[in-house]
Ligand binder design. Structure first.
Ligand SMILES: Nc1ncnc2c1ncn2[C@@H]1O[C@H](COP(=O)(O)OP(=O)(O)OP(=O)(O)O)[C@@H](O)[C@H]1O
Ligand SMILES: [Mg+2]
Length: 572
């Protein structure tokens, strides 16, 4: 049912092509059905009567009709293929755009490997079924039913052979297909598993090598691979039995026609040409039965695909775009008694967090690992929604603001900087497509990335994920990317941690000197990074335990003093 709905939804825009498919298939079937009759007439009226004129005339007609049949068939397949490929293309586009709107939580639910399989292999299964439906499934019933009518018209005395052969064929095919169906319907998940293992290994290849886990990983892959192999082998074995069996039924039926027909011909009750006509229609009917039952084998696999595709398409992104149109008015950021629990978790990660950053201020957030700092940054960027309280950006509650407008005012440097495959310049222009080279170099200069970019060149290649750059280089490129955007608010999530203290200091000085008007939220672990901030938010276990300047906190705040002392002793 889901399969039908999905297939209809995506082929319906091309309904006129479907109409063409039906028309051409119909023409093709009618033409195919005419041919044996003419063939028989040639035998009866031409060959047996020794009438060459009839042979030439009817032979000519057969030639013309066969040619037309081939054209009609080709056009039907062409239209069918266009519909199927377009449906596949549209499905992939929809899955992609749906998945792009997913929040982190939705992503976690599906997993990226599965989303990729869904968008490739699953779509392919459905697409294949649409194509086969437009070709085989549509013509097979026409040929079978038409064949039965034409066979009856040709001669009723042999019709009992059809009555025996078709049910036998149906039973045999049903048995074979019913054994294939369970194998095919689990194949999708097995392929999913192979993809997941392969992907995980490729992404984590360095770790796998470093921990000398290649043999173990290889075993894991081999097991999954073997699983697919065994399933495919089982289908192979079934096919080995199926083909000879089907051919046997076909051959026995034709022998039966010739045997019983031969007796009738001998007795003068049947013309030999009619017997030949009957034989050809019998073949058509049996082929129709074989095609239809074989098609049913593809349905479960496509149905599994359709279910998996529909799941993606019907998932409403768990973060709805703000209903309001409000755009941030200035560069302030405010947390007002924010409590937040990750969806599905019982305990909140943040409790009653309040602080405010004025325009142009630098507010630092410091706290131990797991304290909830990244979570705070994610809330500002509205990657999640607060459980209670509110987060205001530019004076507007982010839930009531136009999310695009909020994002436009933010320059986010995530904790794990991600670069896209392309060039350094194309990555920087992610921040602002229209930025000219001067603006790019300007951003690189502030981000302290000018040195190594000059060396490599701004058009040097960036591998997927930015793996051909060092951690610190990646971090600085991702800072530059945020700067190119010229946002009102910059969010640095632990973005200075991979930099040495000198570079860290130069970067902060450059930010102060050239982007003094921009509000900066700086998450950091290092005291030196935060000590000059206008305000420091000390966060511990999801709660604000201190708020103030470095000197104040040093005197009044126990947690902050502990952090400072622990770092001083390390440096000493
Ligand atoms: N997507 C998530 N789903 C559920 N829980 C999460 C998720 N992300 C983080 N957490 C939990 O929230 C808590 C705070 O995580 P967060 O990433 O905000 O810490 P952090 O202060 O940024 O730490 P670090 O300094 O190590 O980056 C952690 O206990 C973590 O387990
Ligand atoms: Mg973090």
């Amino acid at each position: 049912m889901r399969l039908l709905r999905l297939a209809w939804r995506y082929t319906q825009p091309y309904w006129w092509l479907l109409v063409l498919v039906v028309v051409f298939q119909f023409a093709q079937s009618v033409l195919s059905l005419l041919l044996p009759t003419i063939n028989g007439d040639i035998l009866n009226d031409g060959v047996l009567q020794g009438n060459t004129e009839v042979i030439w005339r009817l032979g000519g007609w057969m030639l013309v009709l066969s040619f037309m049949q081939i054209i009609a068939n080709a056009l039907a397949i062409l239209c069918g293929a266009i519909v199927a490929m377009r449906a596949g293309r549209d499905m992939r586009a929809d899955i992609f755009s749906r998945a792009s709107g997913f929040s982190e939580q939705d992503m976690q639910r599906f997993g990226s490997a599965s989303l990729i399989t869904r968008n490739t292999n699953d779509v392919q299964q459905v697409q294949m079924l649409v194509l086969m439906s437009c070709t085989m499934l549509m013509s097979a019933p026409m040929l079978s039913i038409g064949g039965i009518i034409m066979a009856l018209r040709a001669d009723a005395s042999l019709f009992w052979i059809v009555g025996v052969a078709v049910p036998v064929m149906l039973i045999v095919m049903t048995i074979i297909v019913s054994r294939l169906i369970p194998i095919f319907s689990t194949l999708q998940e097995k392929i999913d598993r192979i993809n997941r293992i392969m992907r995980e290994q490729l992404t984590g290849i360095r770790v796998v090598r470093a921990f000398v886990q290649e043999p173990r990983e290889k075993r894991r892959f081999d097991a999954a691979n073997e699983d697919v192999y065994m399933a495919m082998l089982k289908t192979g074995n079934l096919f080995v039995i199926a083909f000879p069996l089907v051919m046997l039924i076909v051959e026995i039926s034709s022998v039966a026609v010739i045997w019983f027909g031969g007796h009738l011909v001998e007795a003068g009750e049947l013309e030999i040409g009619t017997m030949m006509i009957f034989l050809q229609y019998l073949m058509m009917i049996l082929m129709g039965v074989i095609m239809v039952t074989f098609m049913t084998m593809m349905i479960p696999r496509a149905a599994v695909g359709a279910r998996r595709i529909t799941e993606v398409l019907e998932t409403e992104p768990s973060l709805r775009q703000g209903e309001g149109e409000a755009a941030p008015r200035d560069g302030t950021v405010e947390f007002d008694n924010v409590t937040f629990a990750y969806p599905g978790a019982d305990a909140p990660v943040l409790r009653g967090v309040s602080f405010r950053a004025e325009e142009g201020e630098t507010v630092a957030i410091i706290g131990s690992t797991g304290a909830g700092k990244t979570t705070m940054v994610n809330l500002i960027a509205r990657l999640f929604d607060v459980t209670s309280g509110s987060v205001r950006v530019g004076g507007v509650d982010v839930r009531e603001a136009d999310t695009e407008a909020v994002w436009a005012s933010l320059g986010l440097v995530p904790q794990r900087p991600y670069l896209f495959s392309g060039t350094v310049a194309s990555n920087l222009r992610y921040g602002d497509e229209s930025a000219d080279d001067e603006e790019l170099w300007n951003a690189l200069d502030i981000a302290q990335a000018k040195g190594f970019v000059t060396e490599k060149g701004i058009d040097s290649r960036v591998a997927q994920g930015g793996t051909n750059f060092s951690g610190g280089q990646r971090q600085r490129l991702s800072i530059a990317r945020a700067l190119v955007r010229k946002p009102r608010i910059l969010l640095f999530d632990d973005s200075f941690s991979a930099l040495d203290t000198a570079t860290d200091a130069r970067l902060r000085a450059a930010l102060d000197a050239r982007l003094g008007h921009v509000t900066r939220i700086v998450v950091a672990q290092r005291v030196t990074t935060v000590q000059n901030a206008d305000r420091i938010v000390v966060i511990d276990n999801g709660e604000v335990v201190g708020l103030g300047k470095h000197e104040e906190l040093l005197e009044t705040n126990e947690t902050y003093r502990e952090i400072v002392e622990s770092q001083m002793s390390v440096e000493a």
